[in-house]
Design a protein around this ligand. Structure first.
Ligand SMILES: [Mg+2]
Length: 322
């Protein structure tokens, strides 16, 4: 079977922006599928079992088939569908409905905070969880890529509003918001072809200025990161900034174990965009990714980024020239 983008040669025609968007979405799915094999393992267990875990072999506590993904990818797809259904708007009701449908379809895994948010919507129709200063789970951040794509080219305030609407359906805390918005800004810069200093000097150091707990130490790498957004993003930052290829970044991040599917998914989305698109993702991984999932990721990446470009263009046209 041919790869979805090869079937109609559309891939060849994709421009740089579209390639980076597709790279981000496939990177998310590849990182999720790779990391799921070692989720909840500590690095010492990974070394004992695999030496270095670097193959798309499935398994793990979810007994996945090679190339199968988990909630990180499938929730992002559910969110992306909700955005496309509303022609690019992030409507809390539609997002919550899609998450509810996603849960009814019995996903392979689901976080406790995500479940609470969806159950609240199902029973009360409420699309925003109450503020919880201590609720720092990484569930809103792991699925944020469609928001990053649809808000590409928009004012930062638009991105922040959009990000919080989707996030608060299940996660409502300052750390979750700040971390998720930082990832959206990083993806925007990667789509523009920015370099690592731009990423470090702008979104990441701003995050650390307002929330010093996200400060990361490359010489003292995090091991066994939990699902706490601060642990997750410190791990992602260390791996991304300390390596220079998609493959090295992903191998580094997933071999730290812990919430490896989510660190893999977030690192994969940044690295997939940063390193220029799907060509940067090793074929040994991409070739084994579940094909139906790969096709959905490619389609959504294209649809979201095209819509974002169109909307930006309209806004520019409507704005009187000064
Ligand atoms: Mg997962």
């Amino acid at each position: 079977m041919m790869w979805p983008w090869r079937q109609n040669q559309e891939w060849v025609r994709a421009d740089n922006l579209e390639r980076r968007a597709i790279g981000a979405y496939l990177g998310l799915a590849v990182g999720d599928a790779l990391g799921a094999t070692v989720e909840f393992m500590v690095p010492e267990e990974i070394v004992a079992k695999y030496k270095v875990h670097d193959s798309m072999c499935g398994g793990g506590w979810l007994y996945l088939k090679p190339g199968d993904v988990t909630d990180d990818t499938t929730m992002a797809l559910a969110l992306g569908e909700a955005i496309l259904a509303e022609k690019g708007l992030i409507v809390a009701q539609t997002v919550a409905q899609n998450f509810d449908a996603w849960m009814r379809a019995k996903p392979v895994d689901i976080g406790d905070t995500v479940r609470r948010g969806i159950v609240q919507f199902r029973h009360k129709g409420i699309t925003e969880m109450p503020y919880d200063a201590w609720g720092g789970g990484n569930g809103a951040c792991m699925r944020t890529l469609p928001v990053a794509l649809i808000t590409y080219g928009r004012a930062d305030g638009d991105m922040v509003r959009a990000s919080r609407i989707q996030a608060h359906v299940t996660h409502h805390s300052d750390q979750s918001d700040a971390g998720t918005e930082c990832i959206n800004r990083m993806i925007h810069l990667c789509l523009d072809g920015a370099d690592k200093n731009d990423l470090l000097n702008n979104p990441v150091s701003n995050l650390i200025t307002t929330h010093p707990e996200f400060r990361f130490h490359r010489k003292k790498p995090m091991k066994n990161p939990s699902a706490y957004i601060v642990d997750t993003l410190r791990t992602v930052f260390e791996s991304f900034f300390d390596t220079s290829t998609f493959e090295d970044c992903l191998v580094d991040v997933i071999n730290r174990g812990g919430d490896a599917d989510t660190t893999g998914a977030i690192a994969g989305s940044i690295a997939g965009a940063y390193y220029g698109g799907p060509e940067a993702i090793p074929k040994k991984w991409l070739g084994k990714l579940n094909r139906a999932i790969a096709a959905q990721c490619i389609q959504q990446a294209r649809d979201l980024i095209r819509l974002a470009e169109k909307d930006t263009h309209q806004i520019r046209k409507e704005t009187p020239e000064s």
